[in-house]
Design a protein around this ligand. Structure first.
Ligand SMILES: [Zn+2]
Length: 314
């Protein structure tokens, strides 16, 4: 299991699909949404079909649970109780017997889910772009699951700008739902908390990598190659043939949830979305920069020796 942890709107769907296109791997989407949103709302799969009609997920559901309906109902009840941010501490420090039982059940369902995704796809590596640290804490309890972690980080000012946009339609929705928005201050706090947690998790994981979104889109091949090496899955010759200098070629996939990149196919030109440099209001930019400064320095986004992406050529 290759698990992507990061803040939303950081390019995780793109990273997930680039990793899923490596020989022997499959990208499954944001699996922490499969019960809560994808199955309950019958959202569209990456293949374009509604979840209930997708042949891949139908087979996975049969293989893992004898069908989706019972387990989806049960998880709709269980997931909000088990995987909440404030429960991370409980998962770490021990729990009440009733919480422990629910956590065990949650973990068991996910183990069956992952094993079935691997069995039905025939892949050795399942890429999960769930992003959440709370979900990652829970997954670590699956014995015998070889879990490797990629922390995807994007300049906090870019993330804040993206979350401030209004009027964006949800890509999987069939009824024209709009994406939510967050204030710059809230994004700054969430971004900082998530990066601190993922640093802790990365330090605890036997294999972990950090990928900067800006490097992924400006130097995709060396960035992916280095990430795969860091997680102990060095690419064989030809494994990254789908990745060009500034583009990537994506085939069909059955990934669920995530951004509109989910439905893109063929050759995709990559370029850094740094619209925040002109679009993010000065006040919001000052707040986000101040709150996230220690990590912006650490990841080389500001300060001496900061590595900014090369200028766009086209
Ligand atoms: Zn599908």
């Amino acid at each position: 299991m290759l698990y992507i942890v990061g803040v939303g709107r950081s390019g995780s769907t793109l990273l997930e699909r680039m990793l899923g296109a490596v020989d022997g791997s499959v990208n499954a989407g944001e699996l922490n949404a499969i019960f809560s949103r994808v199955a309950t709302q019958d959202q569209r799969c990456g293949c374009g079909e509604p979840f209930s009609l997708c042949p891949f997920w139908t087979e996975v559901g049969e293989h893992a649970f004898g069908g989706w309906s019972d387990v989806t109902r049960r998880m709709a009840h269980l997931q909000p109780r088990v995987v909440r941010h404030r429960h991370v501490l409980r998962m770490l420090t021990g729990a009440t017997a009733s919480f422990q039982r629910e956590l065990d059940e949650y973990v068991d369902v996910h183990e069956r889910l992952y094993r079935s995704v691997a069995a039905v796809s025939g892949a050795e590596v399942v890429v999960d772009a769930s992003k959440s640290t709370a979900q990652l804490f829970a997954l670590r309890r699956i014995e015998g699951l070889d879990l490797r972690v990629v922390n995807l980080v994007r300049d906090s000012r870019g993330v804040a700008n993206s979350w401030g946009k209004t009027g964006i339609r949800k890509p999987q929705s069939t009824d024209g739902d709009m994406m939510g928005t967050y204030s710059a201050q809230r994004v700054a706090v969430l971004w900082t908390a998530l990066q601190l947690e993922s640093s802790l998790l990365g330090a605890a994981a036997p294999y972990a990598a950090r990928v900067r979104y800006e490097d992924l889109v400006s130097r995709p091949r060396p960035t992916l190659e280095q990430a795969l090496r860091s997680v102990g899955l060095p690419p064989a010759p030809g494994d990254l043939d789908h990745v060009g200098e500034r583009s990537v070629t994506l085939g069909p996939s059955h990934g669920v949830a995530g951004s509109r990149t989910r439905f893109t196919a063929g050759q995709v030109d990559l370029r850094v979305d740094d619209a925040w440099r002109s679009a993010l209001p000065t006040g919001a930019r000052a707040v986000v920069t101040a709150v996230t400064l220690p990590q912006l320095l650490r990841y080389g986004y500001v300060g001496p020796g900061s590595r900014t992406a090369p200028a766009r050529t086209a």
